[in-house]
Design a protein around this ligand. Structure first.
Ligand code: PMP
Length: 440
């Protein structure tokens, strides 16, 4: 209806007046979203969309268990974390229980976002080692605060030239076997070994220059690249080189952790490693702002050398109760298993489409963290950037919300709520097939 369309135009003007131009609104003609339910978003005209991008609402939108938890707790108590209350210890223990059995990590620090978690992880690595240098991988996103932005090496998100970073950052090559320095098949162990050996040379050069490494940070699956799995053996080799150089290994699990990979709860489990510090956020609160760092007591205690650590809202009773309700729902609704099954079905569907449409290159990822890379030429991997953007616009018209990612914005990022159904997965595949068959 006309009145509702006018309302969307008004809202757009209002937004443009108040917001900074750096705050993207994604679509040329963005819809005005009014409500969400499970893996659907509904606009003010009553139109519903399958939401393929919302990894923050891991349980799905409008989850009644989370709503009840918020309502109950906010009437009882919400205060800062200087006091003793049961929920903080209970939630921290539940988080620790999610770690692999042989993990030595036993300490949780709660904050409010992924950027804060990364910031804190970097600070912990520096405090515990007494060193400053942090190694980050090229083409990564880790957050927007001053420190998390400094390790954000993606040119798309952080236009600092790679050689114009704060002097405590070193940027290492990204082990992307599809587009990187060394390319080849998933099973080719030599690829991971070559990237790790290059990292080892970087560490030697840093030590020779008097810049011993404090920490090494990377995503356990290359999220910003669209869910590119690390080459076999890379992470284990990289971690042992970093540790041999006296540094700590930080796994940024903000995107890829928390059950999304389906076959494992954490992304690092895919590589059979155990980090020294883990950063978590997005799905922890199903949209409610919670973030955290999991580490050892020895590393956490080193913070004392920098004074007190205190976050006013970090770890407050309300966010802990929300976090507990999210973990309960994940278990009751078997969402990690759903990610494995429905994610497998989606990946299979995308790969079948790749056989039919030349524009589809590699399909990345696992579980419900997938990336469909669009290329103009399979040999040169020329990115189909304009096509990817137009396809997202057309998919929106057909009822699917999907966006692009990667340095070249040519990967369709697929990271829906973990409650996605097989029926909706098939709908997404059918709509993409329709767009690729009929044009965009
Ligand atoms: N790390 C990774 C891997 C992320 O993807 C993000 C957010 N996209 C962050 C950290 C920062 O999280 P937040 O937006 O909650 O600050």
């Amino acid at each position: 209806p006309l009145a509702q369309r006018d309302e969307a135009a008004d809202e757009r003007r209002r937004r443009e007046r108040i917001f900074a131009s750096a705050q993207e609104r994604y679509y040329e003609q963005p819809m005005q979203i009014e409500r969400g339910w499970r893996h659907h978003l509904i606009d003010t005209t009553g139109r519903s969309y399958v939401d393929v991008v919302n990894n923050v609402t891991g349980l799905g939108h409008g989850h009644p268990g989370v709503a009840d938890a918020v309502n109950r707790q906010i009437r009882i108590l919400n205060t800062n974390s200087r006091f003793l209350y049961r929920e903080l210890a209970e939630y921290s223990e539940r988080l620790l229980a999610l770690l692999p059995e042989d993990s030595a990590l036993d300490t949780v620090l709660l904050v409010n976002s992924g950027s804060e978690a990364v910031d804190l992880a970097l600070r912990l690595a520096q405090a515990a080692t007494g060193r400053k240098t942090v190694v980050a991988l090229r083409e990564a996103y880790h957050g927007w605060t001053m420190a998390s932005d400094a390790v954000t090496t993606s040119a798309y998100d952080n236009p600092y030239a790679l050689d114009n970073r704060p002097d405590w950052i070193h940027v290492a090559d990204v082990p992307n076997r599809f587009r990187g320095t060394y390319r080849g098949e998933a099973g080719d162990a030599a690829i991971g070994a070559k990237y790790a050996a290059d990292l080892g040379r970087d560490l030697d050069a840093l030590a020779a220059a008097g810049r011993d490494v404090a920490g090494f940070i990377c995503e356990s699956v290359l999220g910003n690249a669209g869910g590119v799995l690390l080459p076999g053996g890379y992470l284990a080799d990289a971690y042992s080189r970093v540790r041999a150089a006296g540094g700590l290994c930080i796994a940024d699990e903000v995107q890829v952790g928390f059950g999304r990979m389906g076959s494992s709860f954490w992304g690092f489990e895919q590589s059979g490693v155990l980090p020294d510090i883990i950063t978590i956020a997005k799905p922890m609160g199903n949209g409610f702002p919670i973030g955290g760092v999991i580490t050892t007591k020895r590393i956490a205690d080193a913070l004392a050398s920098q004074g007190q650590f205190f976050s006013s809202a970090g770890g407050n009773p309300l966010s802990c109760v929300v976090g507990l309700s999210v973990l309960d729902a994940m278990e009751e609704e078997r969402l990690q298993e759903n990610a494995r099954v429905v994610g497998g079905r989606l990946a299979e569907g995308f790969r079948a489409l790749a056989g039919k449409h030349d524009l589809i290159g590699p399909v990345h990822g696992e579980g419900l963290y997938l990336g469909v890379e669009l290329v103009r030429d399979h040999a040169t991997m020329e990115p189909a950037t304009a096509e990817a953007s137009a396809i997202c616009e057309r998919l929106k018209e057909l009822g699917v919300i999907v966006l692009t990612t990667s340095e070249r914005s040519n990967v369709l990022k697929v990271k829906p709520p973990l409650c996605l159904t097989a029926e909706s997965a098939d709908f997404v595949i059918a709509r993409l097939d329709e767009v690729l068959s009929t044009g965009w």
